[in-house]
Design a binder for this molecule. Structure first.
Ligand SMILES: Cc1cc2nc3c(=O)[nH]c(=O)nc-3n(C[C@H](O)[C@H](O)[C@H](O)COP(=O)(O)OP(=O)(O)OC[C@H]3O[C@@H](n4cnc5c(N)ncnc54)[C@H](O)[C@@H]3O)c2cc1C
Length: 453
């Protein structure tokens, strides 16, 4: 652990997966004091499942979380397994398209289990402040950032990390500050485009179905056992068991091509009628509809994404996770990418040579090693969503012949492979080398460090 003599205060805005892992990473490698400011009255998350892949699990292992995650994972996180892809809207009946067995299968779990274990691992140097929704921040003197909360209270910090999700207040305030200070990559006219998330055109219906209820009605139903991707024209359903098999996580995606890039009218998350869901999937095979029949009052999410940003760091402020690159979830990568951001940023900040004056250098390295790579993963995810639904530009006007289905399968698998390979451990070596290079440059310049807020 790095000594604290050159350290400073860090505020993390948002206590979701990214924010908590960031606090754990900083705490593992330094004794920097950390304040987490979370908008909600408790550390909570959607009542749904999610999966982590090898690259994210490597980080969790490094942070000492592996054993606890393995306990709440439906399948051991290091065994070969993976999703079964089916075509579910064929008029002649559904059929298996292909099975994609990964050499190192996904670790699927309920989100609450993950949040519980992350809270248990928070370092003693971390204080959590609940019901603190950041409105904006302003920097008065270098390193003294003023945080303004919706309840009227104010706090100060030396370094601010925004892990505040897709509607990030930190992202907005950071881009406004960058535009005011004429950041070369940020045009004041475009601040709104970076600050506001845009609607992807997808509505997602999410629900947890008790496995027992499904199996009572339909003994041996595959949804209680398999990770399934159930594909059809302009829509698909993802389902997999969570809570060690007690529940089935069901996410049903419906794409509306006419609405893309139009602002979404209405609440982003609301309770929908089951009939609306059933109507959307009326041409899907019976096994899919049997599961959807059990989704009483599902949550309907209007999926928003973040435009590719020209920077995720400015001065002593950086953003991570969905705040930095909110993406479509078609390769289940968003939380994994938040975890990788957190690991790299946490280690950079905790580096023993990073003093308060050098924080902007560390954040510049974070931007260089993480931003583009996370944006690429977002692009693969978005492409894969369209491919599952036969609406990718390369598929339009092409019938589902055996040859085409084989070709599309290969592209889907290739995009998955690119998404799940590599990872933050390798990136850390790259980051540390870049940091050393820039710090050496910094010393040569005798204190002429990069500009700060
Ligand atoms: C249907 C669906 C399925 C998915 N499946 C997967 C999957 O299988 N695997 C995967 O890796 N990813 C998956 N994702 C993506 C994943 O959920 C997100 O990428 C991940 O939750 C991002 O974590 P985060 O910490 O950046 O943001 P969040 O989880 O959104 O957390 C942000 C936190 O900040 C708080 N907050 C917000 N605003 C403020 C404010 N102004 N001040 C203070 N606090 C604030 C919020 O209350 C919240 O606690 C899925 C997403 C969807 C929609």
């Amino acid at each position: 652990m790095a000594p604290s003599d050159n350290k400073f205060r860090v505020a993390i805005c948002g206590g979701g997966i990214g924010g908590l892992v960031l606090a754990i990473a900083i705490g593992k490698y330094s004794d920097t004091p950390i304040d987490i400011y979370e908008a909600q009255p408790s550390i909570a998350t959607a009542g749904a499942g999610f999966s982590l892949w090898k690259r994210s699990m490597e980080v969790m292992k490094e942070l000492g979380l592996w054993d606890d995650i393995a306990k709440v994972s439906t399948k051991p996180p290091d065994k070969p397994h993976g999703p079964i892809f089916r075509v579910s809207d064929d008029p002649n009946g559904g059929y298996e398209w292909f099975k994609y067995t990964m050499s190192y299968g996904p670790s699927s779990m309920h989100r609450w289990d993950m949040m519980d274990l992350l809270q248990r691992h928070l370092p003693s140097t971390c204080t959590v402040h609940l019901s603190k929704r950041l409105r904006t921040f302003n920097a008065t003197t270098p390193g003294d950032i003023r945080l303004h909360f919706e309840d009227g209270s104010v706090a100060s910090t030396d370094v601010l990390f925004g892990a505040d999700g897709i509607r990030s207040s930190t992202r907005r305030a950071m881009y406004e500050a960058a535009a005011r200070q004429r950041h070369p990559l940020v045009d004041a006219v475009n601040v709104g485009e970076y600050a506001d998330a845009r609607w992807s055109g997808y509505r997602i219906y999410r629900y947890l179905v008790p496995s027992e209820t499904l199996l009572e009605k339909y003994p041996g139903h595959p949804a209680a056992r398999d990770f399934q991707m159930l594909c059809g024209q302009g829509k698909h359903v993802v389902s997999y068991p969570v809570n060690n098999g007690a529940n089935i996580n069901v996410a049903s995606f419906v794409y509306d091509p006419d609405s893309i890039d139009k602002p979404f009218e209405g609440r982003w998350v609301e309770i929908a009628l089951k009939q609306e869901l059933l109507d959307s999937f009326e041409n899907f095979e019976p096994e899919v509809r049997q599961v959807l029949e059990l989704c009483e009052s599902p949550n309907r999410w209007a999926l928003h994404v973040v435009k590719d940003l020209p920077t995720v760091a400015f001065g002593n402020v950086a953003i991570i996770g969905d705040a930095a690159h909110g993406m479509a979830p078609h390769t289940g990568a968003g939380a994994g990418q938040a975890i990788e951001d957190a690991y790299i940023l946490g280690r950079l900040l905790a580096h023993k040579q990073v003093t308060l004056e050098r924080v902007p250098i560390a954040l510049k390295v974070y931007d260089e090693v993480r931003r583009i790579s996370a944006q690429k993963i977002g692009q693969y995810s978005s492409d894969n969503g369209f491919l599952y639904e036969f609406i990718h530009p390369s598929q339009l006007g092409r019938p589902r012949t055996t040859e085409m289905m084989q070709e599309w399968k290969e592209i889907i698998v290739e995009l998955w492979e690119r998404s799940i390979q590599s990872g933050a451990l390798k990136t850390w070596y790259e980051a540390e080398m870049k940091l050393q290079e820039l710090l050496a440059l910094d010393r040569d310049m005798q204190g002429n460090v990069l500009p700060r807020l």
